[in-house]
Write a protein that binds this ligand. Sequence first.
Ligand code: BG6
Length: 258
Amino acid sequence: DILANYQGTALLEKQLSQKLGISRCIVLPGNADKQYRVVDSFGRRLNQLLGSILPVGQSMISVTGGSTLARVARNLSPDLSKNRQLVFVPARGGVGESVTIQANSVCAEMALKTQGQYRAMYLPEDISEKSFESLQKETSIKSVLELIYRSNVVIHSIGTASIMADRRNLSEKEQSIVDNGNAVSEAFGDFFDRSGKLVYKVPRIGLHVQDLDKIEHVIAIAGGQSKAEAIQSYMKNAPHHTVLITDEGASKLILRDN
Ligand code: BG6
């Protein structure tokens, strides 16, 4: 029975990777919408995955914020720092969100749990183009940005567009672009519709989806039936080498949908 279960999951993971057009999917039991412990299991699985892919020596790990990653972070462990120096950096500016789920906080928690280090970047995400230009030249920001661009790992989540439009405090005008464009997913401040078309880009500092091509390991974590559509939409833009950690709840819906 255990074997049948294992084979069933392996098949599900393969079908999902093919459907999403990415190199690998890891599917865990349950539905994150209903059970928080499913998100804890994403964290433990991430810990294992990092343990198997991170080289000896230094790794620069960029992470985004969100409730998924905030919970995932709590499940990392110090065994990851054996023979390694881990430095966690926020993938973007981003004090727009509540403190506990900001990328800065997720970095701090990951560093605490793995006994690694972190660098924070206290910047609003929604800044004007003009301030963006000048801020990029500030030494303290420049040094974190350099670390971000040198990351060998990115860990990010995928959000539901409507929820993210609210959380990112979009102006009425921006909100209507997102609504009228029928955006369903969001990642790194980019909003996409069902077909994967970019609907709106929040002006910001840090990593963009197109930067992911250059990063060796890209790990996306999102689960629950409510995220199925967002995952499908975002993955149309994801680099092929993305590894997705998700659950049965999301996977089964994605595979059912044509
Ligand atoms: C945000 C990230 O903080 O969290 C987004 O910057 C991501 O890229 C989102 O889509 C996901 O949030 P949650 O709460 O659904 O895990």
